[in-house]
Every structure is written in C-alpha cells, then in structure tokens.
Design a protein around this ligand. Structure first.
Ligand SMILES: Nc1ncnc2c1ncn2[C@@H]1O[C@H](COP(=O)(O)OP(=O)(O)O)[C@@H](O)[C@H]1O
Ligand SMILES: [Mg+2]
Length: 260
C-alpha cells in the first residue's frame, strides 16, 4: 500500500512545490515508485516536472470523463509519475461541491491506483479549499513545509487547529505527520529563532532534515528538472537526498520488499 501524503500549507511561497517535486525525484532515485498529483491550478509542480500545464490534462478532465485514471498519469523528467495540474482545477471545487460526500470525493474516485505506488504525494494550493481538504482526507497524512520566518508558527497552529476541527465535525482522520523547515539561512537570526521555537513546540513532528536556502533549488524548475538531475552536488540536492532517506526510515519502518 502506498504511503500517501498531502504537502500542505495555506500560505504561498513556503516551499510546498519545491518539496513535492524534489522529494518525488529523490525517492525515485532510490527505486521507489512515486506518483505526484498536482492539485494547484497554478500548476507549478507540473512545469517544474518539465511539462506545460496548458497542454496537460488534470484531475479536472479525469472527473469529467469516463476514462480510467491511468490515462491521466504521465512520466515526469525526474523519474516519477505525475497527474499534472492545470487552471481548470479551479472548477474542480464545483465538481466536488456537486458530489454527496464533499470531503471524500478524492477517496471515492482515486483509490484504484494506490497499489501501483510506494508513495503518492499531493502538491496543494496555498489555501484550505476543497481541493486541499480532499487531498488531506485521501492521504490521511500531511507534511507541512514551513519557512522559518515571522508568523510561521501562527500559520502552523492555525493549520493544525483547522485540521482538528475538520476531523471532529466531519468525522475525518487527517494527521499532520511531519513538519519540514525550508529555505533555512543560518546567517539569518530569524531562521535560528523560529527553528528553535519549532523544536520546542513540535519536537515529535519536526523532521531532522532541513532544506537550506539554495539558489540551485530556485533555478532547477526553469529547466524542468529536479535538483538531483540539475545539480547533484548542490546543497539543495544533498538536503533532498537526505530527506528521502529520512522518509524511508520514518514511513517504511518494518515494511519489506517495498523497493522494486
Ligand atoms: N530552499 C530554497 N532555496 C531557494 N529558493 C527556494 C527554496 N525553496 C523554494 N524556493 C523558491 O521560492 C519560491 C516559492 O517556493 P515554492 O516551492 O513554489 O512554494 P509554494 O509551493 O509553497 O508556493 C519559488 O520561486 C522557489 O523556487
Ligand atoms: Mg506551490
């Protein structure tokens, strides 16, 4: 069974997409089969994967069609599979609203493909809309990338409270399983302070791997490449390879034969 994780933070520009594409690519390098689903209408993960959102079919077209989900899964440059995003995903909220179980729309429609993957990631939009809620409900697990700056903790607490409220009011079982520090710059006092606060308040959830601010990570998407393909020697690549190792230890503990 796939490890399913929604990469979520209601704030934009915190490193969700960078985490999604580079973690997917890094895990692929260790022979895991990985599927990334882009549910952000801005489709940044799709272009970072070397594809153009405007030429691609997304979950929107899947939900409108009678075709099998396999027809919407394509190869990304980084060695993983992707269901691309495109701007039509804005209308997917309407598709979901028309259904009976609004929070379980993804679960009711996407379950079939799980057996084919070791990991399924969702790159979520920067809001807690129905797309994000469905991605979180389907996955059960949430990874929150956090940029070490002012209001990062407030944002994290808000997200956790919202998830708890959703769980209580709609009978869901969504759990924040990991917090990832992104864009860390140790010369910056704020990075150190916020990082310390996170260690104090979220010790159990905080991943050991920290993603540094690294220009190569910002450059790679414009070549449609993951950091491990773009510059394997960069600090960014080192961090994502170490993150994939931490994921394997954290989520595959005791599981055998997962590597194909
Ligand atoms: N570790 C990093 N070092 C340098 N630039 C980064 C890093 N992480 C993200 N960026 C850049 O910051 C911007 C926002 O990151 P992104 O992953 O798109 O955030 P989100 O998906 O949360 O909106 C992008 O231009 C991205 O290339
Ligand atoms: Mg994004």
């Amino acid at each position: 069974m796939a490890v399913k994780i929604a990469i979520t933070n209601q704030k934009g520009g915190v490193g969700k997409t960078t985490t999604a594409v580079n973690l997917a690519a890094s895990l692929s390098k260790t022979n895991r089969s990985v599927l990334l689903i882009d549910v952000d209408p801005q489709a940044n993960a799709t272009s970072a994967a070397g594809l153009s959102g405007s030429d691609c079919l997304s979950l929107f077209e899947f939900f409108e069609s009678d075709k099998k989900i396999e027809n919407f899964i394509i190869d990304a440059q980084g060695g993983y599979k992707i269901i691309p995003g495109n701007q039509n995903l804005v209308a997917t909220e309407k598709q979901i609203e028309r259904s009976q179980h609004r929070e379980k729309f993804f679960s009711n429609n996407l379950k079939v493909m799980e057996k084919n993957y070791d990991y399924i990631f969702f790159d979520c939009p920067p809001s807690l809309n129905l797309l994000t809620i469905n991605a979180m409900e389907y996955s059960g697990k949430v990874l929150v990338p956090v940029q070490c700056e002012y209001y990062a903790l407030e944002g994290l607490v808000t997200l956790k409270n919202t998830i708890e409220q959703l769980n209580a009011s709609r009978g869901l079982r969504i759990e924040v399983v990991a917090i990832l520090r992104t864009m860390a710059d140790w010369r910056n006092r704020l990075t150190r302070e916020v990082s310390e606060q996170l260690e104090k308040h979220f010790k159990k959830l905080l991943l050991n791997t920290i993603i540094p601010r690294n220009i190569r990570l910002a450059e790679a998407p414009s070549y449609g490449q993951s950091i491990v393909d773009y510059d394997i020697k960069s600090l960014g690549a080192e961090a994502f390879l170490s993150l994939s190792g931490e994921f394997i230890r954290k989520f595959e503990n005791g599981k055998k034969n997962i590597a194909k």
